[in-house]
Design a protein around this ligand. Structure first.
Ligand SMILES: *Cc1c(COP(=O)(O)O)cnc(C)c1O
Length: 467
């Protein structure tokens, strides 16, 4: 029996106590007026300290996290979050600041912004950054507002369309639409790169710019980026870079040098802030020198973004330094290619060749399908991985492949962990070939097996309900 088989929620017993508040020593004058005071005690669970600690620790064990195992989600991967950065962001001198404090008392924080601006400019080749946006998508919106502002300031009002590749992250077209721009899709070639010939006829006086990422969401480097930049600039448009996952490039190449004019970074992916559960994010936006004047008119957040996230990123960059930041991408690329090559005989690899930090399989080579038995799908593989103690990769994204299985190992996993993952992936492929039923009903060893995902999203139960 596992602990969750007996996980109970009704732990309260009258009179039990885990903590006692100190006696009220406020002067009488500071007390709440009688009319505002509650006249019956608040109904709180009465539990001992060990019971509370065990309850929450056991609950936390029912989930999967980077602190419990390998988590190879492609694209939005949780990258390395050094624990020391949590301590840095909690330092009283920083955490205790209030945005309305006298400027003389916030010089340290302002210095962090200045230093971060310099560091990010050096890493990306942009001229300057604004730290106001609080997420990647928020950065995209800000960047597109800058793009629109640039054209408007030049009196070029006809540029209302933005080109987005079909492999793009879903937030790209969404941000463009929110910004009031029309999205025009450009197709990818068989080899996963933008089809430059298909791009050419889309360019014209109505194009505000193009949104791209490089490496793209398939983990592939866009080899024709210089030509794309000159074509888009040639028609009067700007190039926007989605730098949510900048890890494969840091210290090696820079979007600014590739010809990009505007970009955002996800500090909460690439620069060490954990980003699960919609936690605090930061999506600073960088611009080339000729766009500097387009920033100040915009106000996209109350103050200067999420300072705690910026601090963590600062600590991360300083800890790595100029020489080691380069290794982040190199190791991530090595790990991804090692996994890809070790598994491509049992998982379909739609695009051969060297990938960057991530790559996509298109399902199993042998899914076990036979008379009366449905073959194992990507969802089945993902679920079965949980039985073996690994989190699933990103599945069914990007949409270019029906059975997409997108793997990103990051730079911090040891060879032993990666080898164990490869072994399990091979084992699952063998199971599928032999008896896909084992996979259809997986996972077998987790607290819950396959919830109805649609119902869970549509009718979430967000608080405890007494059965
Ligand atoms: C995560 C991600 C985004 C969006 O970032 P959010 O902080 O979730 O808004 C945009 N583009 C790419 C490529 C991403 O991976």
């Amino acid at each position: 029996m596992k602990y969750y088989d007996k996980l109970v929620f009704e732990l309260s017993k009258e009179g039990r106590c885990g903590y006692s508040l100190r006696k009220n020593d406020f002067p009488k004058a500071a007390e709440l007026p009688a009319a505002l005071r509650r006249n019956s005690a608040l109904e709180l669970p009465e539990v001992s300290e060990p019971d509370v600690v065990r309850h929450y620790t056991n609950l936390s064990q029912m989930n999967f996290g980077v602190d419990t195992g390998f988590y190879p989600l492609g694209s939005c991967t949780m990258k390395y979050n050094p624990k020391i950065n949590e301590e840095v962001s909690a330092l009283q001198g920083f955490a205790g600041l209030h945005p309305l404090m006298h400027a003389g008392l916030t010089k340290g924080a302002l210095k962090v912004y200045q230093e971060m601006n310099k560091a990010l400019a050096a890493i990306t080749g942009m001229y300057t950054f604004t730290f106001d946006p609080c997420a990647g998508a928020h950065g995209e919106l800000t960047g597109l507002m800058i793009m629109r502002q640039y054209h408007m300031m030049r009196g070029d009002l006809a540029r209302t369309k933005v080109i987005v590749p079909d492999s793009a992250h879903g937030t790209n077209p969404a941000s463009a639409a929110v910004c009031g721009l029309e999205v025009v899709e450009v197709k990818s070639l068989e080899n996963g790169r933008i089809d430059v010939e298909a791009l050419k006829p889309l360019l014209g006086p109505d194009i505000a710019g193009i949104m791209m990422t490089n490496p793209n969401t398939l983990g592939l480097f866009e080899t024709q980026i210089e030509e794309i930049a000159s074509l888009v600039h040639g028609c009067g448009g700007l190039l926007y870079y989605d730098g949510a996952n900048m890890n494969p490039l840091m210290g090696v190449v820079r979007p600014g040098d590739m010809g990009f004019d505007i970009m955002h970074l996800n500090l909460h992916k690439t620069f060490s802030t954990p980003h699960g559960g919609g936690g605090p994010g930061s999506g600073p936006v960088g611009v080339a020198k000729h766009l500097e004047d387009c920033i100040p008119d915009l106000r996209v957040s109350g103050f200067h973004g999420n300072f705690g996230v910026i601090l963590r990123a600062y600590a991360y960059i300083l800890a790595l330094g100029k020489d080691h930041i380069r290794k982040v991408g190199q190791y991530a690329v090595l790990s991804a290619n090692y996994i890809k090559e070790s598994l491509k005989d049992v998982y379909k690899l739609p695009i051969e060749g060297v990938c960057k930090h991530e790559f996509v399989f298109d399902g199993l080579v042998n899914d076990g399908a036979r008379e009366g038995v449905a073959g194992a799908t990507t969802l089945d593989v993902a679920k079965r991985l949980l039985d073996y103690g690994f989190h699933a990769p990103t599945i069914y994204f990007p949409l270019l492949f029906h059975q997409a299985l997108m793997i990103e190992p990051t730079e911090t996993e040891s060879k032993e962990t990666i080898d164990a993952f490869i072994e399990v992936m091979r084992k699952i492929a063998a199971e599928a070939a032999e008896d896909p039923e084992i996979l259809h009903s997986a996972p077998h060893c987790t607290p819950i097996s396959r919830p109805d995902e649609t119902a869970a999203a549509r009718n979430p139960i967000l608080k405890y309900q007494d059965a």
